[in-house]
Design a protein around this ligand. Sequence first.
Ligand code: N01
Length: 874
Amino acid sequence: MSTMANTTPDATDRAVLSGTEPRGATSVDVAVVGAGFSGLYLMHRLAALGMSAIGFDTAEDVGGTWYWNRYPGARCDVESLDYSYSFDPELDRTWEWSERYATQSEILAYLQHVAVRFDLRRHFRFETRIASAVWSDETGRWTLTTDAGDLVVCRFYVMASGCLSLPKQPDVPGAGTFEGEVYTTGRWPHEPVDLDGKRVAVIGTGSSAIQSIPIIAAHAAELTVFQRTPNFSLPARNGPVDAAKRAEIDADRAAYRERARWSGAGVPRERSEISALSVSEEDRRAAYEKAWNTGGLFSLGSAFNDLLVNEAANRTVAEFIRGKIAGIVDDPETAASLMPDSYPFGTKRPCLDDHYFEVYNQPHVQLVDLRKEPISTITRTGIETAEQTIEIDVLVYATGFDAMTGALVSVDITGRNGLTLAQKWADGPKTYLGLTTADFPNLFMITGPGSPSVLSNMVVSIEQHVDWICDSLVFLGEHGMDRIEPTLASEEAWGTHVNDFAALTLFPQANSWYMGANVPGKPRVFLPYVGGVDGYRQICNDVVERGYLGFRLDGPGGESCNDGVIRPLKPDVATMLQFIEDLGMPQLETLSVADARAMSNAGREQRPTGPDVGTIEDGTYPAATGQLDYRLYRPASPGPHGLILYLHGGGWVLGDATSDDPLCRDLCDRTDAIVVSVDYRHAPEARFPAAVDDALAALAWVRSEATRLGGSPDRIAVAGWSAGANLATVVAQSARNDGAPSLRCQALLTPVTDGSAGYPSMDENADGYMLTASLLNWFWDQYATLEERADARASPMCASDLAGMPPTVLMTCEFDPLRDEGAAYAEALAAAGNDVTHVMAKGQIHTSIPAVDALPTGALHRAAIADFLHAHLT
Ligand code: N01
């Protein structure tokens, strides 16, 4: 890349890059759309790097969202001490915030101050819109066309266009008919708007409306608020900047900023480690009261650690807020209308207000609940609902934005092979890290979809993105490269990761702009990344450290493509592994058998219990050498039911009839079959083939007692997990060999199938995923000699003939040492002519499947196993 010292937009034709640009085009290294927080900082960094750059903004000046959102009461809902740049400590020293939450005008003044201090305006063309951008593979350049028809050719193109910058088109019947004054909060006039003595209507009750309504009410003769969905709004408790907080920050500003960078939401704060359901109602209420009185966006939502992931926990805080509304609003009917009840708290962006609910106690303010009386039409003089006609002088649309993707696709961006961004994203945005998108080389987005962006303090996220992009441009330049593009595989995997994370939360339950649900026809996709600013920053750093994993880099200096998936583990699995690592527990195989059993049993106390089933019975059955325990799970539905003989996991050494209790409940619940979990003798006290003998005895007993147990003797399946799956299929082989009545099917969950051979996954996943290769070897050593491991009753893969086996569902997990031997067994069964369904669980580990409710991402696979069993048992 060229490194030109002067970066003025008037650098037209001076910085010729390839000699192939259209005549009269401005040629630069980097073109930037947007002069808000993102564009300004980006331009500052590019200038410091000596790269030629030009920026564009439709506004007359810098400011971005703070240039446009001038509606009465507009403020930031992140505290001013946090909502400011951190890149230059000197800048901090030149600016004093006057209030806890800065007004729009103060933030705009701050950005103007930044623009002057770093001489940034000269890089921008204002009142200029980029209408289109077209990539050329031949020249490796983007060609941008402005709304004035000017051309700009650049190597790198950055959309710093903001997440909430394109107001949503009013989708109200009759919009455009009204002949009085019409305003949109996101495009409020720069001149003063006189509302004194007027009849005003506000449509919408999001953040913009909730901030502006108290001020509009103070001026209007009559105010009617049209509310479609009530919002959770929390008191801002604005005031002067807190002196103690300022002193704390001033004491070590760098450390404070660093804590912000590595925090969940870009604001340093304590994270609760406690579930809302783990404390008494009194303590819970006290915590909520404290947070309510503290005010702010984060205090209530972070009072407990499970408010955004657990519905029952969330109900407690939602109920608390509804109680507050009831206490503030005098008229019970209005109060009821203002209480949100159709989505969990926090799943739509909560609002911060300054005496919003109190407004409805004023006699000249009326709330129209559109759920009861929808708008029929807007007329020339007012608004008609199903119940009434309201004459007005002023109509205010506070109806929100086409968030996160709207501004990006509003520019006609065409990537490789004529593909436009709008076409590519027709079913929802696809990005790698929210920064880039495949088939659009050298295009970057700041805080794009798939990054924490709107779920964080935007300034922190913006700085991180700008730094990542600039560091990448430097890297490319230093390595003689000039193209960067994500691979389709990395992009797809990132989309999966973003969705997996969102699915662990309650966010998808709301019809929010986070979900694109506020814009008719927009695909319903969760847009931001919910994994936190800290986790996300680590991911972006890891991508670079791992040689730009998932990117193709190209240029005169060479080509490199280090394709791969940056976070292949499911997020809940990764969190659990981290939790266990933090506990620092010893490896089971380093303990005595007795201690290993004690540790394994202790773990059972902590886990979720699994679903309720009809009845549970404990008893004993005649095993090979005496009575052993069983536990039976019976569905609530009338029988007779199919019967599943279940063999527990634990490497033939650990566990008993109740050790996989949550999984057995889950199987019973999902299959509507009786599950009989049996104990068997364990090694090393009873080595191979004792467990096999007991498992065979258990099958014989289940067959003979099927009717008494409430099942059908001719509808029996075997199932098991891990070593239990090994026993299950050994039993199935034995039944086939003996010509016993056919089993309906077998369900083998991450089975041990072959102790006689080594498989690649044994090395690949040897360590770090709960079941280690060394633990597996330890289990084998307790159970069977090397010679015995070649016996088909220990290693069912060693059977000389696998034909005639029952229909099989076999599950393997990507990060399991046993993955490949399970897959090999599935292949061998299929090759022998059996009906085999192989469920491959990506991102899962050996212990994922029994972790019912603890690892929600495993539910999909448990459902697949259960569907198979259900289909074969009915
Ligand atoms: O927009 P919104 P906003 N008929 O989408 C309603 C940030 N922000 O501009 O919920 C009737 O939240 C719509 O109803 P419903 C902040 O992140 C920050 O207020 O879709 N009503 C909703 O009530 C915020 O979340 C700050 O049923 C219609 C409202 O209009 C984001 O910007 C300040 C309708 C839109 O609310 C957006 O906030 C302001 C229709 N056809 C904004 N269409 C701070 O920093 C829409 N609505 C404090």
